[in-house]
Design a binder for this molecule. Sequence first.
Ligand SMILES: Cc1cc2nc3c(=O)[nH]c(=O)nc-3n(C[C@H](O)[C@H](O)[C@H](O)COP(=O)(O)O)c2cc1C
Length: 180
Amino acid sequence: MAFIDLAKSRYSSRKYLDKPVDRELLLQVLDAGRVAPSAKNSQPWHFVVITQEEPLVKVRECYDREWLQTAKCIIVVCGDHREAWRRADGKIHTNIDVAIAIDHMTLAATDLGLATCWICKFDVMKCVRALGLPDGVEPIALLPIGFPADEADVNRHEQLRKPLTETVHWEKFYFKPFKR
Ligand SMILES: Cc1cc2nc3c(=O)[nH]c(=O)nc-3n(C[C@H](O)[C@H](O)[C@H](O)COP(=O)(O)O)c2cc1C
């Protein structure tokens, strides 16, 4: 599949089939995260893969949505601030690096016929306690992954994304009135 078609087929799935994802497929997804670029190659991430019912219950409690009950696998993607690169002005690059790894994984999952959904609006402290994370390791996103039981809105890119004319600045920054 051409890359642009793969990128356009990824969507946030909020309903999954009651069918486990083989470890072999999960490893392919995780490997796509592994090879992601990161600032100074620091790779400040940990992928906590939750497939067993008891820890799944605890992780689902961090984001109380009915649809998450359908997820049989959730990857808790953690950033390790202790390992991340710091720029001279102090900016810590954990979030950027972790986001790239997650994006790799969401696209790899799509390529394998799986679906995912980024979740950042979860109870972080509950998640830290549920997983017993050490100081400096922050759960950044929950990533449910599974075989989708829903479908993407086919018009989403035309209707829900800004057109390039609003976001591309050729050669210089144009100040435009904010339209929305
Ligand atoms: C950083 C980030 C955080 C997000 N957090 C949530 C979330 O907490 N809950 C949720 O249902 N969707 C979440 N999403 C999914 C977005 O709502 C979704 O990506 C966006 O509406 C575009 O839709 P699409 O992914 O189907 O193309 C998040 C996405 C990103 C990139």
